[in-house]
Design a protein around this ligand. Structure first.
Ligand SMILES: Nc1ncnc2c1ncn2[C@@H]1O[C@H](COP(=O)(O)OP(=O)(O)OP(=O)(O)O)[C@@H](O)[C@H]1O
Length: 255
């Protein structure tokens, strides 16, 4: 594990000296610069209110910076929220089909894409189920399938597993990495959990609050695929310790 130099290959997405002030006077982000290369898995880690969700909203085009520059990828962006946000009256397959319907994709093409997305998250047998018939983990799988059904080049995930029990969370971490390796999208993953960030990421951006800013950047050198054995390895523990220390330093600096 080591601190990351900022200038390497040309970025796929970037924030350059971005600040975001809201009308109520809150400065959610102050002079934030970060970047990700194509196909990279990057986590944003930090305490509540440090601006993690604001970074995702800026990258998805849902929000604009007050100053600085946001470089977004040219094509599709998938977004997964903490809540699965499924339509309760629609079947799992109709929920997953929604982004394709909104863009007017031909029926046969959409059907094939929906089936493929459901199979990829292990929900092929639940295509006709209603969301209330699914467990929390399965609802989140459906939400991930909906985000991936358009084959986005960037997947933004805003604490998607925070409400799940630990076993389910570990399983979904593993399955998300398998999807990422298979489809080669760029992943920007927001979490409060040091362990989750280390397990998943190639790089971790540690943020601090009041105002939201980047406090540190660390690289996790461990190879993929990362199996459950990685969680009990010396390398994992070393990385978690380094990231926790960076978080502590960031919170002390904020006091
Ligand atoms: N639309 C808005 N208007 C005013 N203030 C906002 C708005 N959106 C966010 N904020 C404030 O900006 C700061 C950063 O919010 P943001 O949701 O990005 O943080 P976060 O790190 O994602 O927090 P959490 O981990 O709790 O989700 C917070 O103080 C929040 O209250």
């Amino acid at each position: 594990m080591h601190a990351t130099p900022l200038s390497e290959s040309p970025p796929f997405l970037a924030l350059r000296r971005v600040s975001r002030r809201f009308a109520n006077g809150v400065t959610a982000l102050s002079d934030v610069s970060l970047r990700a290369g194509r196909g990279e898995f990057v986590s944003l880690l930090g305490p509540s209110g440090c601006g993690k969700s604001t970074v995702l909203r800026l990258l998805s085009g849902l929000d604009e910076p007050s100053s600085g520059q946001v470089q977004r990828p040219p094509d599709d962006v998938g977004y997964v929220f903490q809540e699965p946000t499924l339509m309760p009256w629609a079947s799992v397959q109709d929920n997953v089909r929604l982004p394709l319907r909104l863009r007017g994709a031909p029926r046969a093409e959409a059907d094939a894409a929906v089936q493929a997305a459901l199979a990829a998250v292990g929900l092929a047998d639940f295509a006709r189920a209603l969301p209330r018939e699914l467990s929390g983990g399965m609802k989140m799988r459906a939400s991930i399938a909906r985000a991936l059904v358009t084959r986005p080049s960037l997947l933004l995930l805003d604490e998607p597993f925070a409400a799940l029990d630990e076993i389910t969370r570990f399983k979904l971490n593993q399955d998300l990495l398998a999807l990422w390796q298979r489809d080669a999208f760029t992943a920007l993953f927001v979490t409060h959990s040091v362990y989750e960030a280390v397990f998943l990421s190639q790089r971790i951006v540690v943020m601090a609050a009041r105002p939201g800013r980047v406090a540190a950047e660390l690289t996790v050198d461990a190879p993929y695929p990362r199996t459950p054995a990685f969680r009990s390895s010396a390398e994992f523990i070393r990385c978690c310790t380094a990231v926790s220390q960076a978080m502590e330093q960031a919170s002390e600096a904020a006091l």
